[in-house]
Design a protein around this ligand. Structure first.
Ligand code: GLU
Length: 431
């Protein structure tokens, strides 16, 4: 590992706007690909962004207004695809950036879909189940002409889950007077959900970490891991890596970060969250300590660091202190471009989000295919398909990174942009 560089050397302040960061990542790859301005004009900016107002009758009878968005970044290679998040910090620029990442995520694993993302500005923990259902249904019905199996197919994201996908699917099917499960993925299995979708994001990451470990000649069984975020992706990430023999040193959620020198049993933490909604109080379990600063989790001396929460967690200020050998990005956009430069200087191997967390949308695609056939595959078949797709994508990105002497992120964008640009070129302009 190279000598750690000083933060001061890089100087100026950086942007925490996810969209600025996404475009910076794009530009780095576009420069190497020598894209023309015309090509960039056709594939960089989101194609459309829709904002909707969502008046909801609350349980106490009063009406509360929420705001929702759907950004469709690209439909060049297939229907727009991407999750819907419910979070108090959702913004137009955030959904635009997340939609942008979806386009290139689908392209890097070579599934025939474009990119989109939606969001509602809300803290879902403040809503009752019935308020949440009314909000979900109102969002979907407001955007009923935007969504569709051939146009735009949502899925779960931060704070959304299979039950919410079931309400989306039901709202759409009731409006269209047909059973139309292919309008949304990540549904419960009883409504056409796929085997393996719940674990897919984390499983895709595990395939990437296994490939990275092989590349560096590391034994999975000796790896120590810290996981930031304990939602669907983070909790399964900890559990699956633990099942593969890794030691989970630390985990965190909104309530704080928890560490154990003997290793944390992720299942114990999953059961704890199921009972208590959060990890708050987890330090009372045997051998567990709470970190005073939850952000210190990112700086622990572990082999693998897994950001599985939100954007901009590793920036120019804390990246010089990151000690992990490998960062596996389960979240979208957790590392800023300036942090990327510092991590590269320090010899940290970053498996970028558009590759590392693409397992989720990959199994979403397999779900969509099964819905359209009306025929369902076994757990084993889904697992094999996912592994094959992730292994191929990792190998292609690694080879590009070695050949062009660029980071894995820039290599992933090179592979993905090339595919999107070729499709755009072939389609030409309708004007
Ligand atoms: N929200 C997930 C992501 O960011 C999954 C999207 C999907 O399955 O469409 O990749």
């Amino acid at each position: 590992m190279k000598k750690r560089i000083l933060l001061k050397a890089l100087g100026d302040r950086e942007s925490f706007n996810a969209l600025d960061n996404a475009f910076e990542q794009f530009n780095r790859a576009a420069k190497i690909l020598e894209l023309t301005e015309d090509q960039i004009a056709m594939i960089m900016e989101p194609r459309r962004i829709i904002e909707v107002q969502l008046p909801i009758r609350m349980d106490d009878g009063h009406v509360k207004l929420f705001k929702g968005f759907r950004a469709q970044h690209s439909m060049i290679r297939g229907p727009a695809k991407g999750g819907v998040r419910f979070h108090q910090d959702v913004s137009v620029d955030e959904v635009k950036a997340l939609a942008f990442w979806m386009t290139y995520k689908c392209a890097v694993v070579n599934i025939p879909m474009g990119g989109a993302k939606g969001g509602i500005i809300v803290d879902p923990n403040e809503l009752s189940d019935s308020e949440l259902e009314r909000l979900a249904r109102r969002y979907f019905s407001e955007l009923i002409d935007v969504f569709g199996p051939d146009t735009d197919v949502p899925a779960p994201d931060v704070n959304t889950n299979p039950q919410i996908m079931a309400w989306f699917m039901d709202t759409y099917s009731m409006h269209k007077r047909q059973y139309l499960p292919a309008v949304v993925t990540g549904k419960p299995k009883a409504l056409g959900g796929s085997q393996g979708r719940g674990t897919a994001t984390a499983m895709g990451m595990v395939h990437c970490v296994r490939n990275a470990a092989e590349h560096f000649d590391l034994d999975m069984k000796n790896l120590t891991v810290a996981v930031q975020g304990y939602g669907n992706a983070g909790s399964w990430a900890a559990k699956l890596l633990h099942d593969d023999g890794c030691t989970i040193r630390a985990i965190s959620d909104i309530s704080g970060a928890y560490i154990s020198k003997d290793g944390i049993d992720p299942q114990l933490a999953i059961d704890f969250v199921r009972r208590n909604k959060k990890l708050a109080g987890f330090e009372k379990e045997k051998g567990i300590k709470k970190l005073t600063d939850p952000m210190a989790l990112l700086e622990l001396p572990v082999d693998v660091l897994i950001p599985a929460a939100l954007e901009n967690q590793i920036s120019n200020s804390n990246s010089p202190r990151v000690q992990a050998k490998i960062i596996a990005e389960c979240a979208n956009g957790p590392v800023t471009p300036k942090a990327d430069d510092i991590l590269t200087e320090n010899g940290v191997f970053v498996i970028p989000d558009i590759l590392c967390n693409a397992g989720g949308v990959t199994v979403s695609y397999l779900e969509w295919v099964q819905n359209r056939m009306g025929y369902y595959w076994s757990k084993e078949r889904i697992a094999d398909n996912l592994k094959e797709i992730m292994d191929n994508a990792f190998a292609t990105v690694l080879q590009t990174s070695l050949e062009k002497k660029v980071t894995m992120r820039t290599a992933a964008f090179i592979v993905a942009i090339d595919r999107v640009a070729e499709a755009a070129e072939l389609r030409g302009l309708y004007s």
